[in-house]
Design a protein around this ligand. Structure first.
Ligand code: SAH
Length: 250
């Protein structure tokens, strides 16, 4: 299989790709790639470039684009996943990585009433996003916003706003909401912290037009809830007749 590398759009010009230093070092020193070798370069903005190496140095690798495809691995269905910051950063980082694999478009760290001190290391998070994009065969970097409050997240634009709550009536299962007549193109999915959402937050969510949904009769850890719901949403959307697949632009 051809190895996939990452280069942001500004490093791709006139059909030539100048790989970032770290990516170039990996290609040349670790994989011992040489001019003539084939590679795939994703630009994180929907571009998937099949290319051939033309020049290598110790920490330099330049490739010529052979063919560009757009939106490989991307779904026209948009999920914005708003997950409360967690006390254990590693659990939050796992959620970030898996959200990329599941095709989530945008990830919003939430600060809620019961959010405990946890936080997020931006530079670590960014390397997780890049590695997961390459590994999962996506061409877009998942957008990771700065942390926002619960109320600000409720104001985000979406056709359907889902608030997962373990005390929701099992009759309002996520699956039942999706079986409704409207076909949303952009879903906002909100998941609470270890201590869950407060009743006041649930009330505010309802009055802001949010649907409070159950993810089943077991209590899931926050990151499990986020991934289970994102996975159900994406499978449902990609099985719908309106979904389209990646198309070639050149
Ligand atoms: N407060 C709870 C646990 C919260 S679980 C307690 O200690 O009993 C963390 C988050 O995961 C919740 O805020 C919710 O968004 C989501 N979640 C977990 N299990 C769920 C379920 N069965 N249905 C809906 N959401 C769930």
């Amino acid at each position: 299989m051809t190895t996939t590398f990452y280069a942001p759009p500004e490093r791709i010009r006139d059909g030539m790709i100048d790989l970032p230093e770290e990516e170039a070092r990996h290609a040349v020193r670790v994989l011992r790639m040489r001019p003539g070798d084939a590679l795939v370069v994703v630009d994180g903005a929907g571009g998937w470039h099949e290319a051939g190496l033309v020049e290598t140095g110790k920490s330099r690798a330049v490739a010529r684009v052979i063919r560009t495809l757009r939106e490989v691995g991307e779904s026209p269905f948009e999920i914005t996943l708003a997950l409360a910051l967690l006390k254990q950063r590693n659990r939050f980082e796992t959620a970030l990585e898996k959200a990329v694999e599941l095709g989530v478009r945008r990830f919003v760290p939430l600060v809620t009433d019961r959010t405990e001190k946890g936080g997020l290391k931006r530079s670590r998070a960014e390397s997780i996003l890049i590695a997961a994009m390459k590994q999962s065969g996506r061409s877009r970097l998942m957008d990771l916003s700065e942390p926002v409050t619960f109320d600000a997240a409720l104001r985000l634009d979406a056709d359907l706003k889902l608030v997962a709550h373990e005390q929701a009536d099992p009759a309002s299962s996520l699956v039942r909401v999706l079986a409704g007549p409207a076909y949303p193109e952009h879903v906002l999915l909100m998941i609470g912290p270890e201590g869950g959402f407060t009743e006041e937050e649930v009330t505010r969510a309802r009055s802001a037009g949010g649907r409070v949904v159950s993810l089943g009769s077991r209590r899931l850890r926050a990151e499990t809830a986020a991934l289970a719901a994102a996975s159900a949403l994406m499978l449902w959307a990609e099985a719908a007749p309106t979904s389209v697949s990646a198309s070639a632009s050149t």
